[in-house]
Design a protein around this ligand. Structure first.
Ligand SMILES: Cc1cc2nc3c(=O)[nH]c(=O)nc-3n(C[C@H](O)[C@H](O)[C@H](O)COP(=O)(O)OP(=O)(O)OC[C@H]3O[C@@H](n4cnc5c(N)ncnc54)[C@H](O)[C@@H]3O)c2cc1C
Length: 481
């Protein structure tokens, strides 16, 4: 049994999708200088899984279907299968050192969790549940790359979503026997430019009266009326892979997604005019748990990479043996271990639900709260170790082309552990990861992708075992009088 390859993914992106950047419509995302390397990196994930030595680790044979598919679609039936699935997520994340946040396994994980809670959709309506199950079968058996937009665009946060200006928030404007028509926007479609499909939903609470906004559906990226307005491309700004080794390859892109009277057939509508069901779709199913468990698995890889950067940086500028620096590195190492341990903890403290073994929900939210604060602190710690090392660098690889400059570079880019060119190569990697515009976007991403702090702290508050904590307080108060 074979499985999806990178070439297949690239071919699938050559469609009529409407992606816009710098005032023009992109003819082909696989060749455009703003996207081509990121798109290739995504395609490389499929080649990675198709390698004979990786097939077993990365894919499984679904009960129906003629091809093996990525393990992100696999419903774990016990702890061992959850761990096996995680090992595949880790292997994919390692291909970009965790810098591709919305790799294909992210939304697949969300959808998997939603399907595990299909009874929640059945209560909403048998037709909607059927639509979701059929959709899951279609996208999983074809190993499709999904992105999602589940957040409304910021405009005036002091107003409810239903009170925002007309045509801001994506909403139902018409319906007929074939389906619904949607108009308005969603933020922030990360990876949409290189995905096959987009899942639309509402994670932010809606209130009664906002039923026209209360939808969830999925459409192919090449759907008529679907407009993707890309942010600035960091990949396009990368002068070479030597100078921008991460942003030049892994700029997954973010975009405003606008639905210009997009028609969605009923068989792709999962939530229809039900404000509470929008919440239930993620929180009463395992959707939110699995999507954010995947995010923490990916982040554990990224933090491990940053720990590696911190240590290499200290060695490169000759400060690694200083006790005060070792203390800083020890702190970074401890944080990296905490993130790893949280993932293991989510698995070890998981439980059976509806026949599946699922990660511990509160541990997942706890990890989210901790890591959205941790990420900028680790970045700050590395910057603190660096001094001017991340800045005192040749403007670009082209400086070596001039023999006179090359000689000065050779004399000045000194390190106790690396030759001048290797010193520059590493420091450019470090700057790209934490200090460049791309690196800065990543700090913003890790701080916000799962919601602002008040949102993740709210989830943690809601899901903590307060009863057991309170019982301890009562025990200590007992028999005092
Ligand atoms: C790089 C990046 C990629 C993203 N990718 C995706 C994606 O692929 N798909 C997707 O759907 N979304 C995506 N998002 C959106 C992300 O989920 C949201 O940014 C996040 O949920 C926060 O919402 P917001 O941006 O509206 O900020 P807000 O919620 O408006 O928060 C902004 C500030 O206002 C404060 N604030 C607002 N309301 C309150 C309140 N009631 N109480 C206290 N404080 C408040 C917050 O604490 C925060 O400081 C992405 C975001 C980023 C930055």
């Amino acid at each position: 049994m074979d499985c999806k390859t990178g070439a297949e993914h690239l071919a699938s992106l050559r469609d009529s999708r409407a992606v816009y950047i710098d005032g023009t419509r992109v003819a082909d995302v696989t060749t455009h200088p703003a996207f081509r390397n990121a798109v290739r990196s995504a395609a490389a994930l499929y080649d990675f899984q198709a390698r004979p030595d990786n097939v077993e680790r990365m894919t499984f044979e679904p009960s129906a279907g003629s091809r093996r598919i990525n393990r992100c679609w696999q419903k774990p039936r016990d702890h061992q299968e959850l761990v096996q699935r995680r090992q595949a997520l880790v292997a994919w994340a390692e291909q970009s050192a965790g810098f591709v946040g919305r790799s294909p396994d992210h939304v697949a994980s969300s959808l998997l969790g939603q399907v595990m809670g299909i009874e929640v959709f059945r209560r909403h309506g048998e037709a909607r549940a059927r639509a979701l199950l059929d959709y899951f079968d279609y996208v999983s058996s074809n190993d499709l790359f999904l992105s999602y937009v589940i957040i409304n665009p910021q405009a005036d946060r002091s107003k409810a979503w239903g009170e925002q200006d007309e045509e801001l928030v994506a909403q139902l404007v018409d319906e007929d026997s074939l389906g619904i028509t949607v108009r308005g926007a969603k933020m922030l479609g990360t990876s949409t430019i290189m995905a096959n499909e987009i899942l639309v939903a509402n994670l932010q609470p809606l209130k009664p009266g906002e039923e026209n906004l209360a939808l969830s559906f999925a459409v192919p990226m090449a759907t008529k009326g679907l407009k993707v307005l890309s942010r600035k491309s960091y990949e396009a700004a990368a002068t070479s892979l030597f100078d921008n080794p991460i942003s030049g390859r892994f700029d997954e892109n973010d975009a405003l997604v606008y639905f210009d009277d997009v028609k969605v057939p009923w068989e792709r509508v999962f939530v229809y005019r039900d404000t509470d069901m929008c919440r239930a779709q993620f929180h009463d199913t395992l959707g939110h748990t699995f999507q954010n468990y995947q995010a923490q698995v990916r982040l554990s890889v990224k933090i491990r990479f940053l720990a590696g950067v911190a240590r290499r940086l200290a060695e490169t500028i000759g400060i690694a043996a200083m006790p005060a620096v070792r203390e800083e590195l020890g702190w970074v190492a401890a944080q990296a271990a905490v993130v790893d341990a949280m993932v293991s903890g989510m698995e070890a403290a998981g439980r059976m639900q509806d026949g599946y073994y699922v990660p511990n929900k509160h541990f997942m939210y706890a990890a989210q709260v901790l890591t959205q604060e941790l990420y900028p602190r680790i970045v700050d710690k590395i910057r603190g170790l660096a001094g001017g090392a991340l800045i005192m660098l040749p403007s670009s690889e082209r400086d070596w082309a001039d023999p006179e400059l090359a000689e000065v570079i050779a004399k000045t880019q000194r390190s106790p552990v690396a030759a001048p060119r290797d010193r520059v190569k590493f420091l450019k990697l470090a700057w790209d990861a934490i200090g460049s515009e791309f690196g800065s976007r990543h700090t913003q991403y890790e701080m916000f992708y799962a919601g602002a702090r008040y949102v993740s702290c709210g989830h943690s508050y809601r899901t903590y075992d307060w009863a057991t904590a309170g019982a301890l307080v009562d025990l200590m108060l007992k028999d005092l009088d």
